[in-house]
Each structure stands twice: as structure tokens, then as C-alpha cells.
Design a protein around this ligand. Structure first.
Ligand code: GLU
Length: 306
């Protein structure tokens, strides 16, 4: 496995078109696009990394996997009254679809859906309390108390968040929100601003590769049925309107973030985190996708291989 990840990192270093970094906030626009990291975390505790696997990056939309998991824990199936579970085929911040569908977002991974999930988990609590809970959960999953929110990123998200605010107020206009819109947005912007490295992220994803069990503690995070369902949602909806392309090329459930990270799950085998800040035209990590495609070709660990 170490040889495989080393080879992938070496190949990625030689790719000339590394994509373009997100520019909507300075903290992402300033990141050097020539960085690449991969970490493979096995359920037995083994960790294999290559590249800059200790460098922190903004996990952005990957945080939506963890907030969805928390929301399902709190609301169970009732969550699906508030958000759908179909691929969107539209950009991550589309408002058109929301109007057609009466303010019920298509899935929990598009922005509107994740904002609805943030509202669902707040249940009258203040953003500070919920953010502490989200952080505690991710630290527990990764077995790492150093994980934190990058406050500068959160501040910039807030300052440039007009589209997300529009989505939120639009949903609220249908009477779908239980908490004040600005507090829901504050929660959303902050959980998108959690900073992690690929080791921490791969470790945090292990429960999804391990039938819902955190391998460090043997603690049941979610039932195996729920782990299967979260993985299914990641496969169908985890890369916005590039989800079909990702499934076609990689063949694993995965969730991307505009910071250039991707968390991919090979059920029963491994949780894999990749990071490279250059994005493709849809907003998914260019080298990250390429690296995962190589990884599943080399290991045969796609959900469609036997
Ligand atoms: N915070 C970002 C936004 O809402 C997340 C986008 C992403 O990672 O795709 O615009």
C-alpha cells in the first residue's frame, strides 16, 4: 500500500494541468496549487500517506458528510421530510431547482440541502453549541483533538455568502426553518471552515468503511444500514453535477469540497482522503479525482469490482 500511494503522489507531481484554485475567498485563492496529499486509513488502524499529508486544508463541503450523520442520529428518517436524496444535476448553489421543488432541497450535499441539515441539527441550540458538538464528533471519529475551525475562512465565507443566504431565506420563506436564518447560516459557514489534513480526514471516514463502527474504540457510530445509506448518498450526490463523472471514473462513494479535498470510501477496505487544491470546471479537485481513479485501478477496490 505504501508503494501504491507513493507511486500515485509521484505521478500527480508530473501532471502539468493541476486545475484552478477556488477564488471566491482569499484564504482559498492564496493556496499553492502544486500541493498533493493522499492518506489511506484501513479499519485495522494502519495508515499509509504520501505527499503533504500533514498540511491543513479547508474541508468545506466534506463537512456535510459529518453533519448529515449527526442529523440522521438526531432525527432519524424524519430528516427526509426536509431534504431529498436524489442527485441534483445542477450546480452546488443552484436556486432554480429549489423554487421548482417548493423549498425542499434535492439532497443533503448541495448547499441548500446542507443548510437545511444545519437547521435540522440545531434544534433550538445556538451555533456555538452545535459547532462544539460537530467538532467533538469529528475529533472523536478521527481520534484527534487538534481539529479546529479556521475562523478566518469562516469570516470570509460569511462575507461572501450572499448566494447561500439567498438559498436559506428562500427555504425559510416556505416555512421550513426552525431556527433564525442568520444562526443557521453561521453554523453552516463555520462547519464548512473546519481545517483538517488528509490523515485526520481519512481517519474520520473510517466508520463508513467499517460498517458504521469506529475502529479505534469499537464504538458503533451508526448502524451498518445507515453507513450503507450514507455511502450511497455520497456515490450519487457527493460531487454536485459531477457525481456521475466521479462514479464513472472512480467507482467509490466520495464527497468533495471546494478546498480541494475528497473523502472516498471503499466499504470493507479503507477510507481514503486526497487533497489537491486545483479544481476542475465543476469545482471538484482535479488531481484528487485523478489520484482516486488511479488508486481504484491499482487496488481493484471499487464498489463495482469483485
Ligand atoms: N462553503 C462553500 C459554499 O457554501 C462550500 C462549497 C463547497 O465546498 O463546494 O459556497
Amino acid at each position: 500500500m505504501q508503494r501504491i500511494v507513493d507511486e500515485i503522489a509521484e505521478q500527480m507531481a508530473n501532471v502539468s494541468d493541476k486545475g484552478s484554485v477556488a477564488t471566491y475567498i482569499p484564504q482559498l485563492a492564496q493556496v499553492d496549487p502544486n500541493q498533493f496529499a493522499i492518506t489511506v486509513a484501513l479499519p485495522n488502524g494502519e495508515i499509509y500517506s504520501a505527499g503533504c499529508s500533514q498540511t491543513l486544508f479547508s474541508i468545506q463541503s466534506i463537512s456535510k458528510v459529518f453533519t448529515l450523520t449527526l442529523a440522521l442520529g438526531k432525527l432519524g428518517e424524519a430528516l427526509w421530510a426536509r431534504v431529498g436524496r436524489e442527485p441534483s444535476g445542477d450546480p452546488f448553489n443552484s436556486i432554480v431547482q429549489l423554487e421548482h421543488e417548493n423549498g425542499r432541497p434535492r439532497n443533503p450535499f448541495i448547499n441548500a440541502g446542507a443548510i437545511a441539515v444545519a437547521d435540522a441539527i440545531m434544534q433550538g441550540h445556538k451555533p456555538k453549541e452545535i459547532l462544539a458538538e460537530i467538532l467533538r464528533f469529528i475529533r472523536f471519529l478521527a481520534n484527534d483533538d487538534a481539529i479546529n475551525i479556521d475562523e478566518k475562512v469562516a469570516q470570509s465565507e460569511q462575507e461572501t455568502g450572499n448566494r447561500n443566504a439567498s438559498l436559506a431565506f428562500f427555504m425559510a420563506s416556505f416555512g421550513h426553518f426552525e431556527n433564525p436564518v442568520d444562526e443557521v447560516l453561521g453554523t453552516y459557514f463555520h462547519h464548512c471552515s473546519i481545517a483538517m489534513n488528509t490523515v485526520q480526514l481519512a481517519k474520520a471516514g473510517r466508520f463508513l468503511a467499517n460498517n458504521g463502527i469506529n475502529p479505534d474504540t469499537n464504538c458503533v457510530v451508526v448502524s451498518s444500514k445507515r453507513a450503507k445509506r450514507i455511502n450511497s448518498l455520497m456515490l450519487m450526490c457527493g460531487h454536485y453535477d459531477g457525481s456521475g463523472e466521479f462514479a464513472y471514473r472512480v467507482g467509490l462513494p466520495g464527497k468533495s469540497g471546494v478546498g480541494g479535498g475528497i473523502l472516498a470510501i471503499a466499504p470493507g477496505e479503507a477510507s481514503i482522503a486526497v487533497w489537491s487544491p486545483g479544481l476542475d470546471i465543476i469545482g471538484n479537485s482535479k488531481l484528487g479525482t485523478q489520484a482516486l481513479e488511479l488508486f481504484t485501478s491499482k487496488t481493484g477496490w471499487s464498489v463495482f469490482s469483485v
